[in-house]
Every structure is written in C-alpha cells, then in structure tokens.
Design a binder for this molecule. Structure first.
Ligand code: CO
Ligand code: CO
Ligand code: CO
Length: 319
C-alpha cells in the first residue's frame, strides 16, 4: 500500500497514513464509520469452529478502534470442485453465530471459486468521533494490558505435527473464537490512551506499531506474557511457524531483546496470532483497576509492559 497515494479527506479520522486496525470516517458530530476487512485460510479442521474464529478475528478490529459492529458481509473463496458444500455451509453457520453474538447484522457478501479456501468478514461499525481509540496515542506512564494468551500460531503448527492434545486444541479454539466485545465494553469505561489487537504481526509487531505511531519506547516483560498451555514446549521442539521468523526479521531492527530471555519465549513473542486479544495502553493506576474490573466480568487480563520514554522511530525493549 506504500505506493498508493490515497486522497486525504477532512472527515477521515483514521486512514492509510497510520497502520491502525480499521479506517474511521466522520459522518457527523455524533457518528463516525469504522470499516475493516479480514479473511483467513482454515486454522482448524472443524469448519464450524473455523467460521467462528474467522468472524471473531474480523470483528475484533472494530472493537480495537472503540467501535461497535453494525453490519457485516461475508467474503468467501471456495474450491468448489475439491471440498464438500457442507463445509462451506458449516463455516458460514459458525460465522453467523459469532455475528449474532456481536449484535451486528449480516447483510450480504460475495463468493468466488478459488483453489484455496478462505473466509472472513467485511465489517462496518460506528463510534462517537471523540471516542475513537487509535494505536498512536500511548503516553509515558502508561502500562500495557493484554486480554488473551499468545501462542495460537505455534499451537497450529503443533496440531499439524500431531503433537497437541485434545485439551490443547480445545483451549486454543476457545481463545480464538472468543469475541473481544466484552473486554471492549469494560475498557469503554476507562480513559484509554491507545488500543489495538494482536493478530498476524504477533505481540511484538503490534506493540511496535503502537510504539511507532505514538513515538514512544515500550518495555515488554516477557515473563508476564500469558501463553497457551504447552506452547513453550512446542516452541522448544521447533514447532514455530514461518510467519514468526518473518515477523522477527521485519521487526527486529526496532527491537532489543535482552540476551537473558529464553529463545522459545522470544519465538512466542513473534508468533503470528489469529483472533488475539486487545492490547491496551492506559495510565498505570487505572490499569490495575481495569484489570480488576475485567476479572469481575469473568475476563482475563494481564499487565505485560509499560511506556518508558519518547522515541522518534518507536522502539521495543524485551526483558
Ligand atoms: Co487489528
Ligand atoms: Co485486520
Ligand atoms: Co456483487
């Protein structure tokens, strides 16, 4: 997209200039549109679960902007000659159940015959123009909260290698198919300085996008990062997806990794996530109250880092 010269518009609140989760366009003083599109290749063998996960993943970008999803369209690429039609029907059913859970309405979609199965959503949401959460406004003195454990990429690799247990698979599917809706609702009651969600660039990549946009240095306490059960063992066994190495090559220029951090832990920090948690930056004192509030709502949340100082390029310290 770097070569594209998109026209600026006075109503565009968040556009292509920043690497944010969704575009935001002001309609009037009360309402702005939040728009995003995401689709995935299957991450589980169960089509219904895949539909749920892909939908939760797509909807998440609206929550990460402080918005509420309103209308949704399916996007489908399906190998008609290779896969049973039931697989597509089950996938769409899983997606629809998540759409219904989010409170949004399915209004249409588009499908093409393609060699590789892909499914996702185009989501349109709304947000008050003054309540937009971007990833570019983190402040010194903030701490960083994460709302889901990492390791879904490593887990997928372990599942393909038949190393993951039933329990492992169940935990991973539950984490990926969970909407970020409830967490977004809790944080709407706090003065959040910055927010994004953790997906393909991994925890480090999305934290670094926040650091770059906010021109700040972030310290990540790797020992405090929640991980799916056994993913550290799987990383030690080399079950690390290519995307994690790609992320590392892409982001390591602006990252310092303390040599004391275990190699498998580093792999998890770069592991590409599907439908990961929200990554929230807010004042240290309020962070603790926010985490407590999440817990009273039955949600998990972990304080994993802090904003330490200004940095023109944005920088990340892994300790
Ligand atoms: Co996102
Ligand atoms: Co996205
Ligand atoms: Co058409």
């Amino acid at each position: 997209m770097r070569g594209l010269k998109a026209k600026a518009h006075p109503n565009l609140i968040v556009g292509l200039d920043s690497s944010d989760d969704a575009g935001v366009y002001k309609l009037n003083s009360q309402t702005a549109l939040v728009q995003t599109l995401d689709f995935l290749t299957p991450v589980t063998d169960d089509p219904y679960e895949f539909g749920q996960i892909a939908a939760a993943n797509s909807l998440s970008d609206v929550y990460a902007m402080g918005g509420e999803p309103v209308t949704v369209m399916n996007i489908v690429c399906f190998p008609c000659s290779e896969l049973e039609e039931d697989i597509l029907a089950e996938t769409l059913k899983g997606g629809l159940d998540k759409i219904n859970e989010s409170g949004a309405t399915l209004v249409g979609g588009h499908s093409v015959d393609d060699q590789e199965f892909k499914y996702g959503l185009s989501v349109t949401g709304i947000v008050h123009p003054d309540k937009v959460l971007t990833n570019a406004t983190a402040q010194i003195g903030d701490t960083i909260i994460l709302t889901k454990p990492v390791g879904t990429g490593i887990m997928s690799t372990a599942i393909k290698a038949k190393l993951a247990t039933e329990e492992n698979i169940k935990e991973s599917v539950a984490v990926m198919s969970m909407l970020n809706r409830a967490a977004a609702k809790v944080i709407s009651q706090f003065d959040i300085n910055a927010c994004t969600d953790v997906t393909g660039f991994g925890l480090v990549g999305h934290l670094l996008e926040m650091a770059k946009g906010s021109k700040k240095c972030i310290t990540l306490h790797t020992g405090k990062v929640p991980m799916l059960k056994n993913t550290l063992d799987f990383a030690n066994m080399g079950m690390v997806p290519a995307g994690a190495h790609k992320n590392r090559r892409f982001f390591e220029k602006l990252t310092h990794i303390d040599p004391a951090v275990d190699r498998a832990v580093v792999d998890l920090m770069f592991d590409p996530q599907t439908s990961g948690g929200l990554l929230i930056s807010l004042n240290e004192k309020k962070s603790k109250i926010c985490v407590e509030k999440m817990k009273t709502h039955g949600l998990n949340a972990w304080i994993i880092g802090e904003i330490t100082r200004d940095s023109d390029t944005g920088f990340l310290n892994l300790i």
